[in-house]
Design a protein around this ligand. Structure first.
Ligand SMILES: Nc1nc2c(ncn2[C@@H]2O[C@H](COP(=O)(O)OP(=O)(O)OP(=O)(O)O)[C@@H](O)[C@H]2O)c(=O)[nH]1
Length: 303
């Protein structure tokens, strides 16, 4: 455990049914499980989402926003009504809590007051649309039997995962690969976003894992890749924004692949022309999707 391990549990849910009211130290119910493996169950629409860069604890103390992340999320009065769990996985001391604190906009001077808490809810505005993420920083990396239920739980509830390693610690990189395999096994049927995160990128002199190795690992394991520095707040906003985009891209994919109703026979020439153009667009979309997939794994804005 880090000497400055400060975690927070944030409860903003209003619905007594929803699991999100509970402290993360209490096991959350596995049901209702996200139907698609992606979507968390929809909580009722909330009108009091936290303001930009505020953590959303039930009684949040007035806290100035983190300057570096100031333009990161917007006033969420018109926020999305879905909530997505983002689970941080990784070895101890790789920087999971530091990344989560930045996500929550918790500043160094406020760390003490958030000690022992490990869930962070915040609404981000990305590409003009809001999405509420619940970042879970309660991963237990030890594989002891009595902890295995907790590990299983974490592997089941995420709408997205960030597998964090430290670029200064090769064994944490190896653990990240193992975690990817474990996650794949646990969520075989689910198309969930997984981001491999090489943290502590500021410690260049102590680097044990190259960017190329990180990227290659992400390509082999079919996930996205980003290097961050929680210390310098480098790429942290990009990470969480990327997670939002990855979730959205999968939502769009699901909508596009939804059940098709039989089309009525077109009656007029203009209807036939419209249908032809629609098919053409679909074909082009498929080509575009293929192109996008072949792009580098470090572009978090494409599938
Ligand atoms: N230089 C540098 N230090 C970092 C960075 N991120 C985290 N640290 C430091 O690394 C140590 C561990 O960070 P934590 O955020 O507690 O790591 P953790 O993964 O949450 O650790 P556990 O709670 O033990 O699982 C702390 O001393 C942090 O200040 C970073 O990007 N750069």
């Amino acid at each position: 455990m880090s000497p400055i391990l400060f975690k927070m549990t944030l409860n903003t849910q209003q619905d007594p049914q929803t699991v999100l009211r509970r402290r993360s130290s209490t096991p959350l119910s596995l049901s209702p499980k996200p139907s698609s493996g992606l979507l968390a169950p929809k909580p009722p629409r909330r009108s009091n989402h936290p303001q930009l860069c505020q953590s959303s604890s039930l009684n949040p103390p007035p806290r100035p926003p983190s300057p570096a992340l100031d333009n990161w999320s917007s006033d969420s009065s018109d926020s999305s009504d879905s909530l997505y769990r983002v689970v941080l996985l990784g070895d101890p001391r790789v920087g999971k809590t530091s990344l989560a604190n930045l996500f929550a906009g918790i500043q160094d001077r406020d760390l003490q007051e958030h000690q022992g808490e490990d869930m962070y809810e915040r609404t981000l505005s990305v590409d003009g649309e809001d999405m509420t993420l619940l970042v879970m920083d309660n991963w237990e990396s030890e594989k002891r039997d009595e902890k295995s239920w907790h590990r299983d739980y974490c592997l089941q509830v995420g709408s997205a995962y960030a597998i964090v390693y430290s670029i200064t610690d090769r064994s944490s990189f190896e653990s990240a690969s193992e975690l990817r395999i474990e996650l794949r096994r646990a969520r075989q049927a689910d198309n969930i976003p997984i981001i491999l995160v090489g943290n502590k990128a500021d410690l260049v002199r102590c680097r044990e894992v190259s960017v190329e190795e990180g990227r290659a690992c992400a390509m082999v394991f079919d996930c996205k890749f980003i290097e961050t520095s929680a210390a310098l707040q480098h790429n942290v906003a990009e990470l969480f924004e990327g997670i939002v985009r990855q979730i959205r891209l999968r939502q769009l994919g699901q909508k596009a692949n939804g059940p098709r109703l039989p089309e009525p026979r077109p009656k007029s020439l203009s209807q036939r022309a419209r249908r032809f153009l629609a098919r053409l667009a679909t074909r082009n979309n498929r080509k575009l999707a293929l192109k996008a997939r072949s792009k580098s794994c470090h572009d978090l804005s494409v599938l």
